[in-house]
Design a protein around this ligand. Structure first.
Ligand code: SAH
Length: 442
């Protein structure tokens, strides 16, 4: 589809033919209401809305990285509102991308499309969503789990939009002004393509504040059933969609939990940051001798114990502790407790690289203690879900922890998020979850 030069410069272009789906046209916010200090001063308000980059700052866009940081922006022409789709141009005026603008974020814009002729409308979202669903179908993920990530934001070409499926309930999480603008359109498309009983919105993570977006938690379509469950590799988990963490469950660890099951037989297992019992249940089903699970959330631990019952697993082999893992590990060390298999799956210590140093200390601390609590020949499953910590850096931190703990260890597995969390090659930030399975010398 081609448009005239003039057309392609306007912020909202319409397809000549109405799209198949009935959708509410996203309401354009009143211009100038959401301006902030990020807005460059030398904008040309009378010009067509566009983002103009500083000279030489188009390089990351040419490599198709989908974020435009405020520091790369020379000026924003026109008087666009947050959420508007704007063309991004180099200092020489060359078209680079269509991107969703956010005046109030360090990430001034997130790219929807690299093609000048593309129209960002309901049909665009329908096509991106359909393609994300097709990938999950091709991967045959439904054979192993009724829970899966259907849309993984930037990595599925939809910056700021996450959609997780728990059986016939969808949970949507919106983290950018652009995705926010198209929220209803996307909900309509998902309703049509997936026919869920409910689409629930969990847009209540702190990162929304960084984007200048209000926090929201509630039903978008249909009615949320009282009981939401996923069945993952034959194990049933209750999911608290409205109050649980993230969208209610950590789908990304599915394959890694299954790996733990295969290595747990007759072992004394310690599961730190256990949430609703994911790794604990797999270890139990895999024949673990004992499983001690620790988490700071009382609600998560209660759900974890219900999940053990729900699956008819032997609760007498489990012990649950509501505690701060940093303190609990020290206590276990002082009590001279030992384990054969330890899982460390902490929350995000470093959302961005700016937090990397502090996060590194946290990772080193728990891993050093983990190494000390392992019997000779024991296994450490250790994870980082921090976008600000690279795989290399994580491995270095773990090496430092082993050295200080006085143990020799080998990497036996390198782990990542499951396949429903794909990583766009041009967006390495998408590879946020990294894990190592280490065997300490016997
Ligand atoms: N492994 C889990 C997911 C872990 S998410 C699974 O497979 O489902 C991280 C967990 O860490 C959350 O449940 C959170 O409550 C817990 N947490 C965060 N900080 C903690 C701390 N300092 N001590 C103990 N638990 C903590």
């Amino acid at each position: 589809m081609t448009t005239s030069k003039n057309d392609s410069r306007s912020s909202f272009r319409r397809r000549p033919e109405s799209s198949k789906i009935k959708h509410r046209e996203p309401r354009a916010h009143t211009a100038n209401t959401s301006r902030s200090a990020v807005q460059p001063l030398n904008s040309n308000a009378a010009a067509q809305p566009a983002i103009i980059l500083k000279a030489g700052r188009e390089k990351s866009l040419l490599r198709r990285h989908p974020w435009i940081f405020s520091g790369a922006v020379e000026r924003v022409d026109g008087a666009p509102a947050s959420g508007d789709t704007l063309p991004v141009r180099s200092a020489q005026g060359e078209f680079l991308a269509w991107a969703a603008y956010n005046a109030g974020s360090q990430i001034t814009a997130r790219v929807w499309s690299w093609h000048e002729e593309e129209i960002i409308d309901a049909e665009f979202f329908r096509s991106r969503i359909a393609s994300a669903l097709a990938l999950r179908r091709d991967l045959k993920l439904a054979d192993e789990s009724s829970g899966m990530r259907l849309i993984h934001a930037e990595s599925d070409g939809l910056p700021g939009l996450v959609v997780d499926r728990y059986g016939d309930v969808l949970v949507m999480q919106i983290g950018s002004a652009g995705a926010e603008r198209w929220r209803d359109t996307c909900a309509d498309i998902l309703q049509q393509l997936c026919n869920p009983v409910c689409i629930y919105e969990r847009s209540d993570s702190d990162s929304r504040t960084l984007e200048g977006l209000e926090l929201r938690n509630g039903t978008l379509r249909g009615t949320l059933p009282d009981n939401v469950e996923v069945v993952e590799h034959g194990l049933r988990f209750k999911v608290d969609v409205a109050h649980g963490q993230k969208t209610g469950f950590y789908l990304d660890q599915r394959d890694n939990r299954a790996l733990t099951e295969t290595l747990a037989r007759d072992k004394d297992v310690l599961n730190c940051f256990c949430y609703t019992g994911g790794f604990s249940l797999y270890a139990l089903r895999g024949g673990a001798k004992s499983v001690l699970s620790i988490d700071a959330s009382e609600e998560a631990l209660q759900l974890a114990q219900r999940n053990v019952e729900l699956n008819g697993l032997d609760a007498s082999r489990t012990e649950w502790q509501c505690a701060d893992v940093f303190a609990a590990l020290r206590k276990l060390r002082d009590q001279n407790k030992k384990f054969d298999l330890i899982i460390l799956d902490p929350p995000k210590f470093a959302p961005t690289a700016a937090f990397a140093e502090k996060a590194a200390r946290g990772y080193k601390d728990i891993n050093l203690l983990g190494f000390k609590l392992l019997r000779p020949g024991g296994l450490l499953f250790t994870y980082s879900c921090s976008g600000g910590i690279s795989e290399d850096l994580f491995q270095k931190i773990i090496a430092g922890a082993a050295l200080d703990a006085g143990v020799d260890a080998q990497i036996v597995h390198k782990l990542h998020a499951a396949a429903d969390h794909p990583v766009l090659l041009s967006f390495p930030e998408g590879a946020y979850l990294k894990g190592l399975v280490l065997r300490v010398a016997g």
